[in-house]
Design a protein around this ligand. Sequence first.
Ligand code: URP
Ligand code: ZN
Ligand code: ZN
Ligand code: ZN
Length: 470
Amino acid sequence: MSSSSRRTVVRGGLVVTASDETCADVLIEDGRIAALAASGTPAAESFTADQVLDATGKYVVPGGVDAHTHMEMPFGGTYASDTFETGTRAAAWGGTTTIVDFAVQTRGGSLREGLDAWHAKAEGVCAVDYGFHMIVSDVHEETLKEMDLLVAEGVTSFKQFMAYPGVFYSDDGQILRAMQRAAGNGGLIMMHAENGIAIDVLVQQALARGETAPRFHGEVRKALLEAEATHRAIRLAQVAGAPLYVVHVSATEAVAELARARDEGLPVFGETCPQYLFLSTDHLAEPDFEGAKYVCSTPLRPREHQAALWRGLRTDDLQVVSTDHCPFCFTGQKELGRDDFSKIPNGLPGVEHRMDLLHQAVVDGHIGRRRWIELACAAPARMFGLYGRKGTIAPGADADLVIYDPHAEQVLSAATHHMNVDYSAYEGKRITGRVETVLSRGEPVITERRYTGRPGHGVYLPRSTCQYLN
Ligand code: URP
Ligand code: ZN
Ligand code: ZN
Ligand code: ZN
C-alpha cells in the first residue's frame, strides 16, 4: 500500500474555503478528499483512518496556488537562483502546494522547445505539483499555430510583454495577433503591462544624468506608463474579443483601468503581489545599494498606491495574489547593476511567504478570512483551469491541505527561510500565523514544522482553460 492510499483524518479544525467556514473533520483517501463532516457528530466519529492529525484550535485551508513563479528563469545574463527543487520545497514550507511557472520561448525558438526545456528542469525534482504558462516572445505564423497545440495539451495561458524591448517585448501588432488566436482557442493572455519603449528612453536619459542608483529604477518605470500599457492591453483584447489577465499590477492608475473595463463588462482580470502590498519605494531608496534587493518590474510604488490595491482586492477589481517569485542573490547577481540600475536583474523572492503575508492582511483588517483563501487558492485555481482539483476542500479534490496556526508568531528572515537566496525582502517582519503541517495529495510534505517531503513527489498538472469564462 503506498502512503497515499492510506486513510487520514484531519480532526477538529476550522475548515476555511473561499465560500465557507465550518468546524469539520476531513477524511482523506487515496490522496483525495473523501468526505467532510461537522466535528463531533456521529458522521465525523465514523471516519476511521490510519493516521489522525489534530487540528484543534487551528485552521484547515486549501494548499496555496501560486500562479506566477520563475524558477531558474534566465534574466539579465544570469538565472533566478531557485531551482524547481529548492523553489517548490520553499513553497511547501509556506503552505503553497501548486505553482504555475513560466516556460520561456527564446527569440528565434519555438514554443515547443521552450516548453520541453521547462519540463526537463522540473520533472522528477518538485516537492509540490506544478503547471506551466508559456512566455511568447516571438509571435509569427508558427508560434500562433503552436498556441493551439499547447492549449490542447494543458498549457492554456500565454504571457506577453509590453516591456523589455529586444528581450521579451512584443509590439501591438504581435499582441493583437496572439490575442486573436487566444480568442479562438480558449487561451488566456497574461500581460506584463508597462510601456517598455518609453521606459527605455527614460532609462537612457537617467543614466546620462548620472542617476545610476536602484531608486531610479522606480522613477523611470512610471505609474502612468503602467496605466497606459494596461489601457492599451485592455483595448487590444477588446478588439480581439479575447479575455485578458494583467500580471503584477502595482499602480493606482492601472487598477482604475481594470476597474473601468470590468464595469464595462469586459472579461478582464488583474493580479497583484505581496511586494506591492507591503513594500514601497522607501525600500528601493535604501542606501549602499541595498535598494537593489527590491528591484522588480513593475516596480515598487510610493506607499500611497497600496490603498488602491487593497481596495481592488476587496472589490474584486483584482482577483488574484501571486508572488512573481524570481529570486536573485544580492551577492553576485543583484550586484551586476552596482554602477547601472538597468543591469540589476529584475525580481524578488517570495514564494514561501504569500500565505503568511495574506494572513497578516486578515489580522490587519484589509481582507476577510474567506477572501484570503479566495485570493490565494480558489481564484488562481479557477483562473488557470485547476479548480475542483486544486484551490478548495471538497470531496473529490486533491488532498492539498494546510493546518495553519492563526495565533503563532514568527519573524521573517533570510536566516530561517528556505528559498535559495541570500536575503529576505521582508527581513524582520513580524507575522501572526504560521504553517504547521502541509499535505500534498494526502502526503505530508511539512509535518509540524519539519520538512517531510521529497523531490519528485510533485507532478505536472495539465490545465483546462480559464474557469471564469465557461
Ligand atoms: O521583476 C520581475 N517581475 N521579474 C520577473 C519577470 C516578470 O516580468 O514577471
Ligand atoms: Zn512581468
Ligand atoms: Zn468596479
Ligand atoms: Zn513574472
